[in-house]
Design a protein around this ligand. Structure first.
Ligand SMILES: [Zn+2]
Length: 689
C-alpha cells in the first residue's frame, strides 16, 4: 500500500483526486516510524551537531510527515464525513504522542545547544540562527535546563496547572448549564424577536416544560439582555450570569463550582513555575515568547490607550444614560439596562439594513476586488490555476511576479457545507523553503462558510463576511508572500503570538475604503455600486460606542497583566493579602465607565486567562489591532491606500519576513518608530481625523 499511497506523494500539489480515508493509517504509520528512526539517528553521538547534519536534516526529514498530516487534518475539517472523521481520530493520539516525544527529547535539546555553542553558529544565516534559538528557548520553557532533582516538581506543576485550567472551564460550563429561567407568561417576553422566542420555546419543549426556557448560554442570554422589555427578567438573568462559578449563593450554584480557590491556586503555581525558570513573575514567562518585551511596556501601552479612550467612553455612557432616561424612562440606569438601551439607541440613531448592504457585495465583484487590492499593493498578479480539489466548489489560484514567475498558490473554498467545520480559517499546505533543486513555493488553503449562490444569481456576502474574507486572505498572504528559505521561520512559522494577527487585521482596512468599495460592489439586480449614504451609515455604526468597548477590553487586559505581574512573584503585594477582586476593583476605578455591582464575579468566568492560553496575553487583541491600524496609517500618511513605495516597504519589512526576526524589529523597520495607538483611536472615531 505504501508504494503507491497518494498521501506519500510529495512531488507537487496534494493528490486530492486520489487520497482516500484508507490511505491515512498506512501513510501516517509509515511516516511516524520514519520520523522516530530519523530522530534516533540525528541524536546519536556520532551525528555532528551541525546545521547540515542535524538541524537542517531534522527539519527536512519531518516535513513530509507535517504535510501529510496537514492534508488529513484539512480533509477532516472540510469533509467531515464518518470515514474521514474516523481516519483522523484513529491517528490523532499517535501524532500527538510523537509531538510530545519531540518536545521532551533532551537529546535534541543537547544537539541544538551544541550547535549554538559551535563556531558554525556565527556563520549561519539569520533565519537558521533564529530557528536554533527558538528551539532552545522552547526546551528551556519546558524545564529542560532545570537540575535533575527539580524536574519532577516542575512536571507536577505543569500537570496541576493543566488540570486546574480544565476544571476552571468545567465549573463555568456546569454553572452555566445548571441555571434555567422558565417563563410561562408570554407578555413577559415583549420586545424579543421571534427567533429568540422560537429558540426558547424549543428549549422548553426539549426539557419537557411549559412555556419558554432561557439559559446563560450566549445564543439565549445575549438576545434576552438586548431585547427583553421586562426589566426584572433582565436583572435576574444578569445576576445569574454575573455570579457563575462563584462563592455567592445565587439559588442555583454549588460550592464545588466555585472558581475562587482555583484562581488562587493557579496564581501560586504560576508564581512557582516562574521562579523555577528564573523569571520574576509569570507575566515575564508569558512575554518571553511574545513581541512585547516587559510587563511594564505592556501596561504603559494599555494605560496610554485608556487615557485617550476614556473621555470618549464617558461620552458614550452619558449619551446612553440620557437616552435611557429620556426615551426609555429608565431614570436609575443599571448594568442590566446597558445592552438593552444600547440596542435601542443603535436602532434610533444608526440603523441600516444588513440585507440591503448584502445585495451590493456580489461574489464575482468581491473576489475581483480582493485580487485587485492584492495586485495593487504588492505588485503581483493573481490568476486562476488548476489543481486536484476535494470539492467541486473549490477554486485554485496562483500568484505570479510581473515577469510571470510563480510566487505561491492557494485554494479558496468559500461556501458552507454540512460536512465542513464552521467559521473561516487559513491553513498551509506547503511552506516556502530552499530545496536541493531550487525554491519550493508555498501553498495555502482559504476556507470560509458563506452561503452558496441560488437561483442562477451570484452569491451575495454581508459586509462582515467580506471583512472575514480579507482577514483570512491577510493570513494567507503572510504565508504566500514569504521570502524565507527555512521552514521553521518561513511565513507564519515562528511569528510571535501577539503579532500573528497583524497582516490579517491590516487587510480588513481595505473593506472600509470608499474607493475600494466602489470597485468591488455591484447590486445583484441593478449592478449599481454601493451608494454613499449607505456607506456613511455603515461607518457610523462601526464606531458606535467604540469608546466604551475599548475601555472594557482595556480593563480586561490591564487586569490580566497586573494579575500575573503583581500576584505571581517577587513584586507581589508585600502584605500578601490583595485578592483578585481587590485588584480588579483598582483597575476598574482607573479605566472603567460602567462599574458592575459589588457582587459581580467577572474573574470567576474569565476563562481566556484561567482556562485557556491567554494568561498575561489578553492584551494581544488590542496590541495586534494597534499594530495593524498603525501600519495602515503609513499608507494614509502617504495619501494613498495603495502607495507603491509604502506597499513595497510593508512587504519587505513585515509581510515577507515571517519569523526570521522579532516582530517589533519588523515593525520599527517599517514605521521607523515604536507602535502608537493613535491610528486605531482615529479609525475608531476617537481622535479628530
Ligand atoms: Zn486571524
Amino acid at each position: 500500500m505504501t508504494a503507491n499511497n497518494p498521501l506519500l506523494d510529495f512531488t507537487d500539489l496534494p493528490r486530492f483526486d486520489l487520497i482516500q480515508p484508507e490511505h491515512v493509517k498506512p501513510a501516517i504509520t509509515q511516516l511516524l516510524a520514519d520520523g522516530r528512526a530519523l530522530v534516533d539517528r540525528l541524536t546519536a553521538d556520532s551525528t555532528p551537531a551541525t546545521w547540515a547534519d542535524f538541524a537542517g536534516a531534522l527539519s527536512d526529514g519531518l516535513e513530509g510527515f507535517g504535510r501529510a498530516w496537514g492534508v488529513v487534518g484539512h480533509l477532516h475539517s472540510v469533509n467531515d464525513v464518518p470515514a474521514w472523521r474516523e481516519a483522523y481520530n484513529e491517528m490523532l493520539p499517535e501524532v500527538s504522542r510523537f509531538y510530545t516525544e519531540l518536545g521532551q527529547n533532551l537529546k535534541l535539546f543537547d544537539k541544538y545547544r551544541a550547535l549554538k555553542q559551535s563556531p558554525e553558529y556565527a556563520t549561519l544565516s539569520a533565519e537558521r540562527r533564529k530557528i536554533v534559538d527558538n528551539e532552545i528557548r522552547d526546551f528551556r520553557l519546558g524545564g529542560a535546563e532545570l537540575p535533575e532533582d527539580q524536574k519532577p516538581r516542575f512536571q507536577a506543576i505543569m500537570e496541576e496547572l493543566s488540570q486546574l485550567s480544565a476544571k476552571f472551564s468545567e465549573n463555568i460550563l456546569d454553572a452555566t448549564n445548571a441555571f434555567a429561567e422558565i417563563v410561562t407568561d408570554e407578555t413577559l417576553l415583549a420586545g424579543l424577536p421571534d427567533y429568540a422566542k422560537d429558540a426558547a420555546r424549543e428549549a422548553a419543549e426539549k426539557a419537557g416544560v411549559e412555556g419558554w426556557k432561557f439559559t446563560l448560554h450566549a445564543p439565549s442570554y445575549g438576545p434576552l439582555m438586548q431585547y427583553a422589555d421586562n426589566r426584572e427578567l433582565r436583572a435576574r438573568m444578569y445576576r445569574a450570569y454575573a455570579t457563575r462559578a462563584a462563592e455567592i449563593d445565587n439559588g442555583y450554584s454549588k460550592p464545588e463550582w466555585d472558581n475562587g480557590p482555583i484562581m488562587k491556586r493557579l496564581l501560586e503555581l504560576k508564581a512557582e513555575d516562574a521562579a523555577m525558570l528564573g523569571f520574576n513573575n509569570f507575566a515575564e514567562v508569558s512575554l518571553y515568547t511574545k513581541m512585547a518585551d516587559t510587563p511594564a511596556q505592556v501596561l504603559d501601552f494599555l494605560r496610554d490607550m485608556a487615557k485617550k479612550a476614556k473621555p470618549f467612553a464617558e461620552k458614550d455612557i452619558a449619551e446612553l444614560k440620557a437616552f435611557a432616561k429620556d426615551e426609555l424612562g429608565l431614570t436609575d440606569f443599571q448594568p442590566w439596562d446597558a445592552a438593552y438601551a444600547s440596542e435601542k439607541l443603535m436602532q434610533a440613531r444608526y440603523a441600516f439594513s444588513e440585507q440591503e448592504v448584502k445585495q451590493y457585495f456580489t461574489e464575482p465583484k468581491v473576489i475581483a476586488g480582493l485580487f485587485t487590492v492584492i495586485e495593487s499593493l504588492f505588485t503581483v498578479k493573481v490568476k486562476e490555476d488548476k489543481a486536484p480539489v476535494w470539492h467541486e466548489d473549490v477554486r485554485f489560484y496562483r500568484i505570479e511576479t510581473p515577469a510571470g514567475d510563480l510566487v505561491g498558490q492557494f485554494y479558496m473554498d468559500l461556501y458552507a457545507r454540512e460536512t465542513k467545520r464552521g467559521g473561516a480559517w487559513m491553513d498551509e499546505a506547503r511552506s516556502r523553503k530552499r530545496a536541493a533543486d531550487g525554491i519550493q513555493k508555498p501553498i495555502a488553503y482559504l476556507n470560509c462558510n458563506f452561503a452558496r449562490p441560488v437561483g442562477g444569481k451570484p452569491a451575495t456576502f454581508t459586509h462582515d463576511e467580506v471583512i472575514t474574507l480579507f482577514h483570512e486572505t491577510g493570513h494567507g498572504l503572510h504565508h504566500l508572500l514569504a521570502r524565507g528559505e527555512e521552514l521553521g521561520v518561513s511565513g507564519i512559522h515562528g511569528v510571535e503570538w501577539d503579532a500573528v494577527e497583524l497582516p490579517s487585521q491590516f487587510m480588513e482596512n481595505y473593506c472600509w475604503e470608499w474607493d475600494v468599495l466602489q470597485g468591488m460592489t455591484a447590486h445583484v439586480d441593478s449592478g449599481e455600486p454601493l451608494p454613499r449614504a449607505l456607506y456613511d451609515k455603515m461607518l457610523a455604526a462601526k464606531n458606535f460606542q467604540s469608546g466604551m468597548m475599548t475601555v472594557r477590553q482595556l480593563e480586561f487586559s490591564i487586569f490580566d497583566m497586573r494579575l500575573h505581574y503583581e500576584l505571581t512573584g517577587k513584586n507581589s503585594d508585600p502584605a500578601g493579602n490583595k485578592t483578585v477582586m481587590d485588584l480588579l476593583d483598582e483597575v476598574r476605578r482607573e479605566v472603567a465607565v460602567l462599574i458592575p455591582p459589588e457582587w459581580h464575579r467577572f474573574p470567576n468566568s474569565f476563562s481566556h486567562i484561567f482556562g485557556g492560553g491567554y494568561a498575561a496575553g489578553y492584551y494581544s487583541y488590542k496590541w495586534a489591532e494597534v499594530l495593524s491600524a498603525d501600519c495602515y496609517a503609513a499608507f494614509e500618511e502617504a495619501g494613498d491606500p495603495f502607495d507603491p513605495v509604502v506597499g513595497r516597504r510593508f512587504l519587505e519589512e513585515i509581510l515577507s519576513r515571517g519569523g526570521e526576526r522579532p516582530a517589533l524589529e519588523n515593525f520599527k523597520a517599517f514605521r521607523g518608530r515604536e507602535p502608537s495607538p493613535d491610528a486605531l483611536l482615529r479609525h475608531s472615531g476617537m481622535i479628530a481625523a
